[in-house]
Design a binder for this molecule. Structure first.
Ligand code: DGY
Length: 299
């Protein structure tokens, strides 16, 4: 926990730590590593009123099962936007400029000097960035990418006048977006609908040499299809912060030179993690004091 969050946690709450939840506990403060399945929720004592997750994503919680037991689930929206958009841009640039291979060359001592054709990448200026899910993080990435001279295209449930005024091009279907995306960045939540959204058929619709970025959730991507496209050269590269089954990711991602991987660092700045923790504590404090939750998850 960030120090300020820990200090407040201990000052304001009577804390019990552990993997099991004793009778009398009223609120749970969890991270995405705690898998709150229907069975785990059924095993909670009747005293639990709230599960406050230290994350904006809540795919690790069976929210309907919690709600059926009268347990409120809360998350930490808004405060991760800039940090996550920064990581998406970092991945986009790192994948595009072959940062993984370059870093390995320097560290391993295989760099023999400047060469006109050494680790040639792709310039992002003037290229088209397709954004899947134009929520807060998608918009923040669009803002950054526009400043780098990229042309923004997006697919979203609703059209966004403000984004379009800033020059973003709306696509009414994902298929239409894929066809124009030199770069594709995923910003959709993990749901039954978005599971393996980036399938083999959809990857085939991306232009040859496209680059994929994922800071959302690993299961938005069909791993076999993505890996095959990276191996065949249909995709030039991928920048990935999230993986199916993380931290036990598909081992092929570790060795593919055209994958720039990170260990789910999207929100990992001290400012953001502190704000996330405070938001989770605000929700706990509200519900435990008989007030409405500030950020209840609605499904
Ligand atoms: C979230 O909050 O859902 C992130 O993925 C964790 O940083």
């Amino acid at each position: 926990m960030p120090p300020a969050v820990l200090a407040r946690l201990e000052a304001e709450f009577d804390v019990v730590r552990g993997e099991t939840v004793p009778e009398g506990v009223e609120g749970l403060f969890i991270t995405p590593r705690s898998k709150m399945t229907a069975a785990a929720i059924a095993a909670l004592p009747a005293s639990v009123k709230i599960i406050a997750t230290f994350s904006v994503g809540y795919d690790h919680i069976d929210v309907p099962a919690a709600n059926r037991r009268g347990i409120i689930v809360t998350n930490t929206p808004d405060v991760l936007t800039d940090a996550t958009a920064d990581i998406a841009l970092l991945l986009l640039l790192a994948a595009s400029r072959r940062a993984r291979e370059g870093e390995a060359m320097v560290r391993e001592g295989t760099w023999v000097g400047w060469n006109p054709m050494q680790l040639i990448g792709w310039q992002i200026t003037g290229r088209r960035l397709g954004i899947v899910g134009m929520g807060r993080i998608g918009q923040a990435l669009a803002h950054r990418a526009r400043a780098c001279g990229m042309q923004i295209h997006y697919y979203n449930r609703t059209r966004l006048a403000e984004s379009e005024e800033a020059g973003a091009v709306y696509h009414a279907s994902l298929d239409s977006l894929l066809g124009v995306s030199d770069y594709l960045s995923l910003h959709a939540p993990s749901t039954a609908e978005t599971n393996k959204l980036l399938s083999a058929a959809r990857i085939a619709q991306l232009p040859k040499g496209a680059i994929v970025v994922n800071t959302a959730r690993g299961n938005l991507v069909d791993d076999d299809a993505l890996i095959a496209a990276l191996q065949s050269g249909h995709l030039a590269a991928a920048g990935l912060d999230v993986f199916t089954g993380e931290p036990d990711l598909d081992a092929r991602y570790r060795s593919l030179p055209n994958v720039f991987p990170l260990p789910h660092l999207g929100s990992a700045t001290i400012e953001t993690r502190t704000a996330m923790g405070m938001r989770a504590l605000d929700n706990l404090a509200a519900v435990l004091n008989g007030k409405p939750a500030l950020h209840p998850v609605q499904v």
